[in-house]
Ligand binder design. Structure first.
Ligand code: BGC
Length: 737
């Protein structure tokens, strides 16, 4: 009997006589017995992921890849969904290969699968963890029903440079908010756990620090202090891993001179040893191949060896593992144990998903038909979308009456169906999205006449649509003006050097505003834009990101007051691109701003302050805060500090306020940010109603990377701030003993 067969039988026998008590141990035993049967080629197959192509019918597989599957040389396929298609591929793996190991199917389900939710930056503006979790739960339900096992989300990269187009895919600039959202999203995707038919594996990306690309140029180098990395960029990945994320994706960038895909420091020391990550790591697309242009590998073999040795388990699309690992093992440069370790991690997930019991269990045509875009999913998409809208300015224009005589809806994004679902909208069908114009028409009274003009294109110099826009503006009682970016101006490989409105849109805004009619700007964008001129002249502005399938209805809900806006910016809006990176938790410097003193830290041509600060967003009602009251003036180890404020709705409408808690450590062994978010709560209040809001702070919340690199606290004075954004706060002080 061949040795491996004997080993497998032995393990199985052992298993049968003495079955392990817990599920994980049972899975490990099965993995070991399967591993003992596998050839090196089959093992390397498990470490290889290939992509499907596309044609009009949806995803398709080229013959060459099908042949590879039949030979057991493929472990996973991406861009693979629909029950029919995934069944067809799975059949090749489980009926035509020697060992019948099922394939994993992955896809970028970034903000919804068929029912599209707001882009992640927009969802972050809701500060509503429950709503975000529910959105990803629905995405998982839809994706899993189409045969998917795995989403390449959440992206949890902190981003402080809006030139970087991928800011749209993350949760903004702050590690605390980013971490809470990262956890919520992992919970949303993975639900009750792997193996449930409505759960998909999450893939936290992009590890690590991808959001700090120099000059905001995508894929560019990242270089930062270890302190900055650990305090700001690492926490959301850590939070996602601790929430149980099944997989992690590397990033394209180099970090401190080493491309992430070849970084033993990131993939093994930090991810495995420190964060205790136990799932598997996949490369970002062809990032194993990209080790060559990065200049750390000279050929396929050295790239594959570097990546595997660093801790990269699965090679996406480069095919380098497949072509180089056999020879690397034969020559003794790579040990079989190293290969086995990665194969084990991947097989474990296949067992956890239940694929060895039934490889077709997720690819269910009936479930697919009955799960996709259910009415309740659309309702939830509308709810999340309206919660994501941020009211930036309102000089008594909003909400609009539904009974206006004539209403003009103008702008290149007013009737732009394709744009509504954003730049990474998975299998979303843009033809099913609701435009702003449709949302407005559905909301107003039958007597209101709604006029529409495009006004301009998003991004060219033509002014030929101006006159028509002006004509209808003059005939109307109010104007809704939809301007901003097209969806493809943000997302991957969509960096910009300017944050201004593209094309001639600012001219269009000026022209319309000069009519003297009430104008509401509905801004759409995947990033903060520099909108000073507009902010000065236009009476009302709503930031609506790209809100997904139900965009038009959600915006109309806010425009006409059916929903009182509650969104708050998850990222700072600069006045000028020259201020970037600009974020609320900056350091004070040794020469903090003094406008009367030249030699202080400032610009000569623009104020230091942002146009709209982090955490900012208005409501149709107003809220008043009391000063915070602390449960103690001195916090000891093991104690908890309660911070209490009274919040009153001083306006005439019911509304939700996102109450934010920040702290400042006044003196440390290293310089500390002027403010750090440490808590937030969404509080709903009726007109005139008052509620006490309480936050609890512990030692743990005040830890930072001290001068010796260790995490912990230092005694000293702290300030606590509470308010409705990072600028407008009330404060109290305490000592940390
Ligand atoms: C992106 C990833 C994505 C992958 C697969 C890459 O180009 O950076 O975020 O998951 O493609 O689509």
């Amino acid at each position: 009997m061949p040795k491996h067969l004997f080993l497998a039988l032995f393990i199985l026998l052992l298993n049968a006589c003495n079955p392990p008590a817990n599920r994980q141990d049972r899975i490990d035993l099965k993995v070991d017995s399967l591993l003992a049967l596998m050839t090196l080629e089959e093992k390397i197959g498990q470490l290889s992921l290939y992509t499907s192509d596309w044609d009009v019918t949806g995803p398709t597989m080229r013959e060459g890849y099908k042949e590879e599957i039949r030979k057991g040389r493929v472990g996973a396929i991406f861009n693979a969904f629909t029950a029919r298609y995934t069944r067809e591929l799975q059949r090749l793996a489980v009926e035509e290969t020697r060992l019948k190991i099922p394939l994993l199917f992955g896809y970028d389900v970034v903000h919804g699968h068929r029912t599209i939710f707001p882009i992640p930056l927009g969802q972050a503006a809701s500060w509503d963890l429950k709503a975000i979790e529910e959105a990803d739960r629905i995405a998982a339900e839809e994706a899993a029903a189409e045969g998917l096992h795995w989403t390449f989300a959440p992206m949890v990269d902190i981003a402080r440079d809006p030139r970087w187009g991928r800011m749209a895919e993350g949760s903004g600039e702050d590690p605390y908010l980013g971490s809470r959202i990262a956890e919520a999203r992992v919970r949303g995707f993975q639900g009750q756990g792997l193996g449930q038919l409505n759960s998909v594996m999450a893939c936290v990306k992009h590890f690590a620090a991808y959001g700090a690309a120099q000059a905001g140029r995508d894929y560019h180098s990242v270089d930062m202090s270890e302190r900055m990395f650990r305090e700001v960029y690492l926490p959301p990945y850590a939070a996602a891993v601790h929430a149980g994320a099944a997989t992690v994706m590397t990033s394209f960038n180099d970090y401190d001179g080493v491309p992430a895909t070849a970084s033993k420091y990131l993939l093994t020391e930090v991810l495995r040893n420190e964060l205790k990550f136990e799932g598997f790591v996949v490369s970002d697309y062809t990032s194993v191949m990209e080790l060559i242009p990065h200049g750390v590998a000279s050929d396929t073999a050295s790239a594959a060896a570097l990546a595997l040795q660093a801790g990269l388990d699965m090679d996406m699309q480069a095919g380098f593992y497949q072509s180089a690992l056999p020879q690397l093992v034969a020559s003794g440069k790579i040990s079989k144990e190293l290969i086995d370790q990665s194969v084990r991690r991947i097989l474990r997930k296949k067992f956890e998903l239940g694929l060895f019991d039934d490889p077709y269990r997720y690819s269910d045509t009936i479930r697919e038909r009955t799960t996709i875009m259910k009415p309740e999913y659309l309702d939830k998409a509308r709810e999340v979308a309206r919660k994501s809208i941020v009211l930036l300015k309102n000089e008594s224009v909003l909400p609009l009456s539904k009974n206006l005589g004539t209403l003009a809806v103008i702008g290149p994004l007013a009737d732009a169906r394709r744009e509504m679902i954003g730049s990474w909208s998975a299998a979303g069908d843009w033809t099913k999205s609701v435009t702003l114009l449709e949302g407005v028409r559905a909301a107003v009274s039958p007597a209101t006449k709604v006029l529409y003009a495009k006004g301009s294109n998003v991004n060219d110099d033509s002014t030929s649509y101006f006159q028509q826009a002006l004509r209808i503006a003059r005939q109307s009682d109010a104007i809704i003006l939809a301007v901003g970016e097209s969806a493809s101006l943000s997302g991957e490989a969509a960096s910009r050097s300017s944050l201004d409105l593209p094309g001639v849109q600012q001219q269009l805004v000026d022209l319309i505003q000069q009519t003297g009619k009430p104008v509401v700007v509905v801004l759409m964008s995947g990033r903060p834009l520099t909108i000073n001129a507009m902010a000065q002249r236009v009476p009302a502005i709503l930031e609506t990101w790209f809100l997904g399938t139900q965009a038009g209805h959600a915006i109309a809900d806010v425009l006409f007051g059916d929903y009182n806006p509650s969104g708050k910016l998850p990222v700072t809006f600069p006045r000028s691109v020259g201020q970037v990176p600009i974020y609320y938790s900056m350091k004070n410097t040794g020469r903090p701003l003094d406008v009367n003193s030249k030699y202080t830290s400032k610009y000569l041509d623009v104020d230091n302050s942002p146009l709209y600060p982090f955490g900012y967003g208005l409501s149709y009602t107003t809220f008043a805060y009391s000063d915070p009251v602390l449960s103690t003036a001195s916090l000891r180890a093991g104690d908890t500090l309660a911070v209490r404020v009274n919040l009153t709705n001083t306006g005439s409408r019911e509304g939700v306020e996102v109450v934010q808690l920040y702290v400042r450590d006044l003196v440390g062994s290293v310089t500390r940010p002027v403010m750090e978010l440490k808590g937030f709560q969404r509080v709903s209040l009726k007109p005139g109603e008052r509620k006490e809001v309480t936050f609890f702070l512990t030692y743990k919340d005040l830890e930072f990377c001290r001068i010796d690199g260790s995490f912990g606290t230092e005694p000293g004075q702290y300030l606590v701030f509470v308010g409705g954004d990072s600028r407008d706060v009330r404060q109290a002080a305490f000592d940390l003993l």
